[in-house]
Design a protein around this ligand. Structure first.
Ligand code: 13P
Length: 288
């Protein structure tokens, strides 16, 4: 059964480790992540962006697929199904479809509007036993070929949003989605420390987990990060393994064109990436 992310993140924050959110794109992705979490006895969060939601034929299809897998694969570790960077309407759709967690990304609104909308959605999520992630300070990334610089959130605004009763808070600390550019200045630990001091026990979320050096990840966890989002890195390892299979001409030999064979190296590569991250984040063995 899907669970809210609240309890697993409170435990992570108290235990000074982080739970990984791995974004899913299709059946192979979901299966690889769930099997790895079960093997390593790690709690896990499956992230679904609105784009990936559309790609996978809507939120109801995803809920059906994930619930089916939890049962058929006999998954016993805590699993949350979470909307990533949701709009207000997207959040409502996921509540209705049976997700167990939502992120409302109101970071592009003026703070008053972000607060008002976040508040409304907290009430709805709470009535369903779901967790809610809010965001302050937008997280940069590549848009139309231009890599935006990660913004740093205002710690006082973070406190205002945290006090509304969100389950977890994403705050920009110079992190960005996708690959980091050569001239990236690194995470702003000064900002993270200030946010942590003001928000106390609130589990903090680090987006853009791909490509952040290990020592920075560890420091971020020591300063209160309890959830780390990873998307691009699984895509890169899937693509590299698939490329190797095709370039070796394996699809041309025997029944190598069978999707169950052709997609297998990519699916295994995702497992290896997820394992590496769970070990780094410290969530291995924390499922109970
Ligand atoms: P990356 O794609 O950089 O790993 O970021 C994932 C993310 O933050 C999803 O919200």
């Amino acid at each position: 059964m899907l669970v809210s992310a609240k309890e697993m993140l409170e435990k992570a924050k108290a235990g000074k480790y982080a739970v990984g959110q791995f974004n899913i794109n299709n059946l192979e992705w979901t299966k690889s992540i769930l099997l790895t979490a079960e093997e390593l006895k790690s709690p896990v969060i499956l992230g679904v962006s609105e784009g990936a939601g559309k790609y996978m034929c809507g939120y109801k299809t995803i809920v059906g697929m994930v619930n089916g897998m939890l049962e058929e694969l006999k998954i016993t570790v805590p699993v949350a199904l979470h909307l990533d960077h949701g709009s207000y309407d997207g959040c409502l759709k996921c509540v209705e479809a049976g997700f167990s967690s939502i992120m409302f990304d109101g970071s592009h609104y003026p703070i008053e509007e972000n607060i008002a909308k976040t508040k409304e959605l907290i009430a709805i999520a709470e009535s369903k036993g779901m967790s809610l992630e809010a965001e302050v300070g937008s997280i940069g990334g590549e848009e139309d070929g231009v890599v935006g610089k990660g913004e740093c959130a205002d710690p006082n605004e973070c406190k205002m949003i945290a006090d509304l009763g969100v389950s977890m808070l994403a705050a920009g600390i110079g992190n960005i989605h996708g690959k980091y550019p050569e001239n990236w200045e690194g995470l702003s630990f000064e900002t993270l420390e200030a946010i942590s001091k003001l928000t106390g026990d609130m589990p903090l979320v680090l987006h853009g987990g791909t490509g952040i050096p290990e020592d920075m990840i560890k420091k971020a966890i020591s300063l209160g990060v309890a959830k780390i989002n990873v998307n691009t890195e699984c895509q890169l390892s899937f693509a590299a393994a698939t490329r190797e299979y095709i370039e070796a001409g394996k699809d041309l030999s025997g029944k190598g064109f069978d999707p169950r064979k052709l997609l297998a190296p990519g699916a295994e590569a995702i497992k290896a990436t997820v394992k590496e991250k769970m070990e780094l984040f410290g969530s291995v063995g924390k499922a109970n």
